[in-house]
Design a binder for this molecule. Structure first.
Ligand SMILES: [Zn+2]
Length: 383
């Protein structure tokens, strides 16, 4: 109808028409009802969304690229590495570090990123560098915490090294650490704590590498039920809210452990693992804790952990529902999030650093945001 009208209209009227049309085009995309205090947690895949984002889950993250030239990816990843090398993780984060993390989001949210050799090489180079650093780092005071893939961490004090949820990478063959690196990682840690059965947290090859060195692997009882031999070799500490249990290590030292009885959804068992080292440092890793928030749910005891324990570092999954409630309940000295950019997920569930910053900001808790292979030196008092 528009074109038929304009065919008979003088030029000045056409200009007027064009001017009048412009605001109405904008009006189609502008008013999307939104509360800026909404942290966008637990957003349903089919929740309402404006047309400029691909998913309601990604409303507070800049829209993703469908693809990108290798040159842009290579320059981006080299620049990210340059920034991360020069601006180490710290309590007060320099703005350019955040820019680098958000550029990482841009690259890793390309749909095909997990299959791109250039991204796979980037992942493996970062993990290999971390492995070498772990092999050559001695800790004499405080602790050092390395963030590995997804929700995996290795924490080292003067007397012990504790690993959480270490997995090689994604199912994409090029996007995984080779077994030799896994064996070397197992040699560097005294125990492995697995939060739950999902493949982005629990990996049989990693568990076997630890067990071969007589190092305990602790997991909920529903992990690897289809592999009875492996399941039998795993330590199933009774899941409860305390008192703490003693886990004896191959080197004769011991850890004090509370395997809190968490859940992902109604059925999957998740150990929210609290570990206290011989030096008295207390760590909590949550796995994919995302159970019900109703009365009588896990939140009843999550809200009390900080009353019973003095937690140094909390490692939550970045997309936990009720992240604020979890952090306030556990009340740690420091938060280090995990699970960003899990590359086995499709783009709208590849939770990004941008979302992590958005969710941490209102909590007003000390937090350090790290990517694959980075580490942070923690000491008391925190600085
Ligand atoms: Zn997960």
């Amino acid at each position: 109808m528009h074109s038929r009208q304009s065919y008979r209209t003088p030029l000045f009227a056409l200009v007027l028409l064009a001017c009048a049309a412009a605001p109405s085009t904008r009006a189609q995309t502008q008013p999307f009802p939104f509360d800026p205090a909404d942290p966008r947690e637990s957003v349903a895949d089919n929740a309402p969304k404006p047309p400029f984002v691909s998913s309601a889950r990604r409303l507070l993250t800049a829209p993703e690229l469908k693809d990108a030239p290798d040159e842009w990816i290579a320059n981006s990843l080299d620049w990210v590495n340059f920034i991360l090398a020069n601006y180490q993780p710290s309590l007060v984060e320099t703005p350019v570090r955040r820019a680098a993390m958000i550029r990482l989001d841009d690259v890793l949210h390309i749909e095909s990123a997990p299959r791109k050799p250039i991204v796979q090489q980037y992942y493996k180079a970062r993990l290999e560098a971390a492995l070498r650093e772990i092999e050559t780092t001695r800790v004499t005071t405080g602790l050092r915490i390395w963030k590995l893939y997804n929700h995996g961490f290795l924490v080292r004090t003067a007397s012990v090294s504790v690993a959480f949820d270490i997995v090689p990478g994604t199912r994409e063959p090029g996007f995984a650490m080779p077994q030799e690196w896994i064996d070397r990682l197992a040699a560097q840690a005294d125990a492995l704590f697995i939060s739950h059965q999902h493949g982005d947290h629990a990996n049989p090859d990693v568990a076997r590498a630890f067990l071969a060195l007589h190092k305990p692997v602790v997991a909920p009882e529903d992990v690897w039920t289809a592999e009875p031999t492996l399941a039998k070799a795993v330590t199933h500490l009774p899941r409860n809210t305390g008192p703490a249990q003693t886990l004896t290590l191959a080197n004769g030292r011991s850890l004090s452990v509370v395997p809190y009885p968490g859940h992902q959804g109604p059925r999957i068992l998740v150990n929210i693992t609290l570990v206290t080292t011989p030096e008295g440092f207390t760590l909590v890793q949550t796995g994919d804790q995302s159970g019900s928030e109703a009365a009588g749910s896990d939140f009843d005891w999550i809200a009390q952990i900080g009353r019973d324990q003095k937690v140094d570092i909390l490692m939550p999954n970045c997309w936990a529902n009720g992240l604020g409630r979890m952090v306030r309940g556990i009340n740690p000295a420091l938060v280090i999030t995990g699970h960003e950019n899990e590359m086995g997920h499709k783009v709208d569930h590849r939770e990004d650093y941008t979302q992590t910053y958005t969710r941490l900001f209102p909590l007003r808790y000390p937090a350090v945001v790290m990517t694959w292979g980075e580490s942070f030196f923690y000491q008391r008092p925190l600085r």
